[in-house]
Design a protein around this ligand. Structure first.
Ligand code: SF4
Length: 457
């Protein structure tokens, strides 16, 4: 393929999986831009395609084949680079997929733009080049650049890797050992994101509660991020229950910016299953933590991850999970079906759960999640809440989130994107709290923390 000048070389991205992958794609986008590439939307004609994969669930390989085929139909000469967790754990399989030119393991992921900029030829390869090591560095790190987000809220990557070794999880193999981003560098990117107009930061990492850099823990870093001018909300994305100290909960009650939101993975409500999963708590310990958090922070939004169909999960074990979820003040659930990941300890466990039962349990919990969300949203009807608006939905309503993660929709002729406005909630429908804008409430309302809801006038 004829080599274009970097100014005319287009790059498209396809990202699968978690918020951390999204954060990394945003950083890669920024790096590509600074090297002179022109980002284009996925689906448009491109010179380079970057696929940022996930290996957590089944289907990574099929998904990758589909995406590569789809892009090559429109851009037959596009140079295809595949990175991400599946490029680390399934590199050999990826090398056999037609159309891929480069496979980059975790160690080299963030060097992709530089590597491509230095290439002398973008000719399609008969077999992809492979940049991959089994060993992944685990020193604390910095990130070159500032995430390029088209969204209102910006992710801020603080941590990578995990060594908790839950028996179902491939992440310790895909991303390596725990490591943290240098605190100064995290604060530097927060300032840069604020300058680009982002008003909410979503802190991301594989195991965020394990954050530690030269004496700075997550709480200390939060205190440093809190004073970044222009950032009005900081949200912790997902955090392991055993890594949240009381001081962090206390801080959530007093901070002007830290959202009253915790996403705390449960996985199962049965002690035998938790033990087989190698989780680090019992049902009782988890429940005590959630009750303590809910009691300290009365309007806290608590979400969780639950896995159904783990080997050995019989009727009783699943019933224990349902009962626990019913009893605890969750606002919503993310439900995952167990899928055996080669290389993990859970693949060797007996008593697999048949697919049709996994499907049924998954549906049951999805319904339970809907009910929990409805009840959580319903308590806001008649109340005034502060909403950071993001975009219009397919029905033409402006939607955004409150700091306690209620998705709110309003009708407005104004452009509300990235605006923080006060809304009176009047009803709840289809996972959306419907309301109307209150016109005369000053912007400083958002910082009223003593009471999350102002009384309706
Ligand atoms: S805590 Fe467990 S589930 Fe989460 S990334 Fe680490 S090993 Fe995986």
């Amino acid at each position: 393929m004829e080599l274009k000048s970097p100014k005319t070389r287009r790059v498209a991205f396809y990202t699968v999986g978690c918020r951390l992958n999204q954060a990394e794609t945003a950083i890669l986008t920024d790096q590509f831009c600074r090297l002179g590439f022109k980002p284009v939307k996925f689906g448009e004609t491109t010179d380079v395609l970057v696929v940022n994969t996930c290996s957590v669930t089944e289907g990574a390989e099929t998904d990758c084949r589909r995406v590569v085929r789809q892009v090559l139909r429109k851009s037959p000469h596009a140079f295809v680079a595949v990175t991400g967790c599946y490029a680390q754990t399934g590199a050999e399989t990826l090398q056999s997929i037609d159309g891929i030119d480069l496979v980059l393991g975790t160690q080299y992921k963030m060097q992709l733009p530089e590597y491509l900029a230095a290439l002398s030829s973008y000719d399609k390869k008969a077999r992809p080049d492979l940049l991959h090591t089994r060993k992944i560095d685990h020193e604390n790190f910095t990130i070159d650049g500032t995430g390029d987000y088209s969204t209102t809220r910006a992710n801020l990557k603080l941590q990578d890797g995990c060594q908790f070794m839950c028996s179902f999880c491939l992440i310790p193999f895909a991303r390596g050992r725990e490591r943290s981003r240098q605190a100064d560098d995290a604060v530097r990117e927060a300032h840069a994101l604020a300058e680009r107009g982002h008003r909410e930061l979503v802190l991301t990492g594989v195991n965020l509660g394990q954050y530690h850099d030269a004496g700075v823990d997550l709480l200390t870093l939060l205190q440093r991020l809190e004073v970044v001018s222009g950032i009005e909300r900081i949200r912790i994305s997902s955090i392991e229950p055993t890594t949240i100290p009381d001081q962090l909960l206390d801080y959530m009650t007093t901070s002007d910016k830290l959202c009253r939101f915790l996403h705390v993975p449960l996985q199962s409500g049965d002690d035998t299953i938790l033990k087989a999963m190698n989780r680090r708590y019992t049902v009782r310990e988890y429940a005590q933590f959630i009750e303590k958090a809910a009691q300290k922070i009365p309007d806290l939004c608590i979400g969780t991850d639950v896995m159904v169909g783990f080997p050995g999960e019989g009727e009783q074990e699943f019933a224990n999970t349902e009962i626990l979820i019913n009893d605890l003040p969750f606002s919503y659930l993310h439900v995952f079906s167990f899928s055996s990941r080669p290389g993990t300890a859970a693949t060797k466990l007996a008593n697999p759960v048949p697919h049709h039962i996994i499907k049924q349990r998954s549906q049951d919990l999805a319904k339970l999640s809907q009910r929990k969300r409805f009840v959580f949203y319903q308590q806001y009807v008649g109340q005034k809440v502060s909403v950071l608006f993001e975009a219009k939905n397919s029905s033409g309503m402006w939607t955004g989130l409150t700091d306690h993660y209620v998705k709110v929709g309003v009708q407005s002729f104004d452009d509300l994107s990235n605006e923080i406005r006060t809304v009176t909630i009047s009803g709840v429908t289809d996972g959306l709290a419907i309301g109307h804008l209150c016109e005369n409430i000053p912007a400083s309302f958002d910082h009223t923390r003593s009471s999350p809801f102002m009384m309706t006038s």
